[in-house]
Design a protein around this ligand. Structure first.
Ligand SMILES: *[C@@H]1O[C@H](CO)[C@@H](O)[C@H](O)[C@H]1NC(C)=O
Ligand SMILES: *[C@@H]1O[C@H](CO)[C@@H](O)[C@H](O)[C@H]1NC(C)=O
Length: 417
């Protein structure tokens, strides 16, 4: 049990270190155009669902399905004959919805429905009345880009036809109109922000790139292009194409998260989500270093053959098995644990044998040296036996023991002479 848990721990460490190695693959230099707003290392098991989160509230350009409600023009009137605060006369969203606030103004105040196409936001008052006098403002709001433009025109009503006309008072245009005549309050802004809806859509692009491990950023593969208009282009390699997806309502929710399911080991690499909103000046990049871990292993059926009936008492649940499963989900098969155990036994036996062998050789040498001294002192004559004994060092332990007994016998014989 001890050995097995150690093996488990060791495998876990190995897994983690390899994950760290993979995740530290350096990415190439980032282009100056887009700023990296986040970089993270993410990991899922093979076969699982991977979600690379790429969300940007700033990319939400419409909360409803009209696609173009974020721009609005409104005409306000303030400082009428009696003064008073500004009040909304008429407004219109870029999708074409127009609202006239006062019932008496319906059909009397006209704002071109094509304003957001041709940039002509002029307000036409069919027949000017005394009550129409005041300061008019033409206001253009771009909620998403946080743009705000306003233009003021003062309207004066006169009974003198010769006084009618327009002049500049140093701050704004002053329009003098004869009572009952039409008044055109001119407000023209043809900047593409206000007029070109299709350009805006084309300039809102999100794309996903993928770099296989070791490939620099500038050689990344394009996976997906998503346009605000709803157009999509997929470039993913065939093995990946059917498994990657970005939500269909991505631009409505500002959620461009990439989902990969089921995840495969070959999907590893660096993924990046690029958000571009050209005319609003938004360029963001989010980077994900994706690693794929081993699939979650199911524990092998403990007692499938015989179903425990062959054992006398049904064995209780193995506590280590449960612990291993709950902690790291990696179960070392029984056979492998046994292998390590037996290897341990074999190595221990081998070590014991080697120690024994060394001890025997040392003992033999000691005795041999003693024998030389003895025979040199007593007889002093060189003997053929000595030559033989030189070979003992390479003999096996058993033989050495046997021979040393022989030698002792011979020494004894010589001593008795
Ligand atoms: C703007 O539209 C009005 C009609 O609403 C038209 O009379 C006027 O000439 C237009 N102005 C420009 C500059 O196109
Ligand atoms: C094994 O035992 C389970 C109940 O513990 C039983 O549902 C299953 O059918 C048995 N399988 C065999 C092969 O006997």
């Amino acid at each position: 049990m001890e050995l097995r848990s150690q093996v488990l721990l060791w495998e876990l460490l190995l897994l983690q270190s390899s994950a760290v190695l993979l995740s530290s693959v350096p990415s190439g230099p980032a282009p100056a155009a887009s700023s990296v707003v986040s970089e993270s290392t993410v990991s899922w098991a093979a076969g699982a669902l991977a979600v690379l989160r790429c969300q940007s509230p700033r990319m939400v350009w419409t909360q409803d399905r009209l696609h173009d409600r974020q721009r609005v023009v409104h005409w306000d009137l303030s400082g009428g004959p009696g003064g008073g605060p500004a009040r909304r006369l008429v407004d219109m969203y870029s999708a074409g919805e127009q609202r006239v606030y006062e019932p008496r103004d319906r059909g009397r105040l006209l704002l071109p429905l094509s304003a957001f196409h041709d940039g002509n936001f002029s307000l036409l008052i069919r027949a000017v009345e005394e009550a129409d006098e005041g300061l008019y403002t033409c206001n253009l709001h771009h909620h998403y880009c946080h743009l705000y433009e306003t233009l003021a025109i003062r309207l004066q009503v006169t009974d003198n036809p010769r006084a009618a006309g327009a002049h500049w008072d140093g701050e704004k245009e002053v329009l003098v109109v004869e009572r009952g005549a039409p008044a055109l309050l001119t407000c023209v802004n043809r900047a593409h922000v206000w007029t070109d809806r299709h350009l805006e859509e084309a300039q809102q692009v999100v794309h996903w790139d993928r770099q296989p491990p070791g490939v620099p950023h500038d050689r990344a593969d394009r996976l997906l292009d998503l346009y605000a208009s709803g157009e999509r282009r997929a470039y993913a390699p065939p093995f990946l194409r059917d498994r990657v997806a970005v939500g269909a309502d991505a631009f409505a929710r500002g959620d461009f998260s990439l989902r990969i399911e089921p995840l495969e080991p070959a999907d590893e690499g660096t993924y990046s989500c690029h958000l571009h909103h050209h005319y609003c000046g938004l360029h963001e990049r989010r980077i994900f270093h994706l690693t794929v871990t081993e699939p979650v292993a199911e524990p092998p059926p403990r007692d499938s053959p015989g179903n425990g009936s062959s054992h006398s008492g049904a064995p209780g649940p193995d506590p280590t098995l449960v612990r291993g499963r709950s902690v790291i989900n990696v179960i070392v098969p029984e056979g492998r644990a046994h292998f390590f155990q037996q290897l341990g036994y074999v190595l221990a036996t081998l070590l014991l044998f080697i120690l024994l062998f060394i001890a025997v050789i040392l003992a033999t040498r000691q005795r041999r040296r003693g024998g030389y001294e003895y025979s040199d002192k007593k007889s002093g004559k060189p003997k053929g036996k000595d030559v033989n004994m030189a070979e003992f060092a390479v003999a096996t332990g058993d033989q050495a023991l046997y021979r040393s007994e022989d030698i002792q016998l011979e020494f004894r014989k010589e001593y008795c002479k």
